[in-house]
Unconditional design. Structure first.
Lengths: 177, 120
């Protein structure tokens, strides 16, 4: 007796796309947890290594996959390190979403922009929105912004390095295809 | 080009903030969210000020001495505020976001001079 299927079997490219996205999510979550375990570089600053996975998703899978990856990375990563729904999580999520939106916008609106440029914009957006989130939700003091310029300078450096790493990985993956 | 524009903008903002904040004698301001809890000058060498700042989670203990200001204990889980260490220069801040306590240093310390004024 034949049984009717409720949904058509997904195509091979769709499955491949999903597998790549999950692999990048795993990489992003691993880097998120790794960064949390690093010695503190200051309460406001992390190297942003997990953003490399978002950049890879942007270059390989496209903007919507990259946006979803940025959100799920913060949720799963925060769950694993025990900060889910804490102020740390809210600040991290706001920064991650802002960085993703800024990077996707730059990717779409600035033709010819490199992954390094996209990463730089993402890093600056991430840091700025973190401060805006703290000031608007937790500590309503503009004195917080005293710390913003030096941390933005560090973000320029980390954004540059992470973008360079992502561009190198993408070029290596293209060569191996 | 993008990098140069970013760097120029950030350096200008940093310089502007530094100029604004460095005016006047050095003072430590302690806030809970929007409320100014206390304002101290740095004490003379050998003396220290202990202040208990009540925040969302409990008491954050703050110590001010001639070398600077720092959190000595905090009810927050991450303890980032304590690991942030001691600060003493105008324009520096230390924040405990979970407990919503902010320490901001305003003004400049000229030749290590001290002021006895205190508002609490």
């Amino acid at each position: 007796m034949l049984m009717s299927r409720s949904a058509p079997r997904p195509s091979l490219p769709a499955l491949e796309h999903k597998a790549k996205w999950l692999s990048l999510l795993l990489l992003a979550v691993s880097l998120h947890v790794f960064e949390a375990a690093l010695p503190s570089l200051g309460p406001w600053f992390k190297p942003g290594l997990a953003n490399i996975a978002t950049l890879l998703a942007l270059a390989i899978l496209g903007p919507s996959a990259a946006a979803m990856l940025a959100i799920w990375r913060v949720i799963v990563g925060s769950f694993l390190i025990g900060t889910l729904l804490t102020p740390t999580f809210i600040i991290s999520l706001a920064g991650g979403v802002a960085a993703a939106i800024a990077m996707l916008t730059a990717w779409r609106l600035l033709p010819g922009i490199t992954l390094i440029g996209v990463s730089l914009i993402g890093a600056l957006a991430h840091m700025t929105v973190q401060f805006l989130t703290v000031e608007s939700l937790f500590i309503h003091q503009q004195a917080l912004y005293y710390l913003l310029p030096p941390l933005l300078l560090l973000s320029v450096v980390t954004g540059w390095v992470n973008g360079g790493l992502a561009a190198y990985i993408v070029s290596q993956l293209k060569e191996s295809d | 080009m993008l990098l140069l524009i970013s760097l120029a903008g950030i350096l200008y903002a940093w310089q502007w903030i530094h100029t604004e904040v460095s005016a006047g004698p050095a003072m430590v301001e302690i806030y809970h969210d929007e409320v100014l809890l206390a304002q101290y000058s740095f004490p003379e060498p050998g003396k220290s000020i202990h202040f208990d700042a009540e925040g969302e989670l409990g008491i954050s203990e703050i110590i001010i001495d001639s070398e600077g200001v720092h959190f000595s204990s905090s009810p927050c889980r991450t303890q980032y505020c304590i690991s942030n260490g001691r600060h003493s220069e105008g324009g520096e801040i230390i924040a405990c976001v979970p407990n919503r306590i902010l320490i901001a240093i305003k003004g400049s310390r000229i030749n290590g001079s001290h002021y006895d004024a205190m508002v609490e």
